[in-house]
Design a protein around this ligand. Sequence first.
Ligand code: NDP
Length: 341
Amino acid sequence: MGQAKIYYDSDADLGVLSNKKIVFLGFGNQGSAQAQNLRDSGIPNDQILIANRVDSYAETAKAKGFHVEHDFAAAAAIADVLFILIPDQVQPGVFNEQFSPKMKNNATIVVASGYNVFFNLLKFRPGQDVVMVAPRMIGSSVRSLHEKGHGFPCFVSVEQNGTGKGLDIALALSRAIGATKQGAIASSVREETAMDLFAEQALWPNIIMMFREAFNVLKDAGCSDEALCYEMWMSKEPAEIFERAADDGFVAQLKHHSTVSQYGQLSGSLKLGGEAMREHFKDILYNQILNGKFCKAFSQIEDDLEKEGDANPLNELYRRSEEMELVKAEKRVKARLAGLL
Ligand code: NDP
């Protein structure tokens, strides 16, 4: 709790990476951005290896001048540093079966999200470092901000310090990918996972529910589909409010609204005590996320998410969500705008 340490370029020494072979498993959103940033920071191309199956990602890496290895066992054996930058759901299978058995006992393994480490889904050896360098940006922004000479927000942590030099290596890697320019925030896989899953399982479900119910009440009160869709989200006003909140302050941005609006929002929110919501949130955080209940349940349906049609549980959730009046109204409005009605 309290203030997190923030690491800057001056806290990191790129020298600790000299002669280390740095392998990127994956050349997708994050892999392509981080590998290019790292090379631009002066890490020689011969020290970098992209491990990727034979396909268009591998071709893109080759076209950008990187060395590419399709044989994962060979890549694992030479890695002093391994960035795991493939989708989270395939990491345990690929890493545990194809990388872990061949890796050096003193290698540094880097993850860009906390989930698989926090829930112990990846197999590491005691002498290895396990660090998190987790940009808070999509890959294209990680690359474009670095190209413009800017940094990007990022979390950094050492989860297992097998070599005793885990933090030095994590900070050097953070600097090399451009993450300490703006300041990398000391965090942990627990914190990153808790916040990520909480937003996904507590905050946004409630926001979706509130929009759904607000829509239903206002529609029953006689408001039109068109007026409601534009008032509530299609005008992009909510996006603008969040942008101003990031720039001016969460509450200070209210000053851009009318006096009636400011009074309504401030008095209304202060009137809502939030005790029931706080208990509901705590229940989700402790009894669904941090205790591993969600992770266990998700692992049981994970394979079904690759299936087609009704056998895929996500399709069923989409089908039910599309029953919301808000979604039906939006479709009508968009069709009308497109001149189809
Ligand atoms: P991508 O979906 O872009 O990953 C694509 C890469 O993964 C390709 O190289 C692809 O190559 C490879 N890949 C996919 N499936 C497999 C498989 N079964 N075996 C081997 N390689 C595979 O991933 P992201 O960059 O989006 O995410 C990487 C990590 O970064 C994750 O941990 C994510 O949570 C984290 N992260 C992502 C952010 C984002 O903006 N997307 C933001 C911050 C963190 P091929 O198909 O050829 O095998």
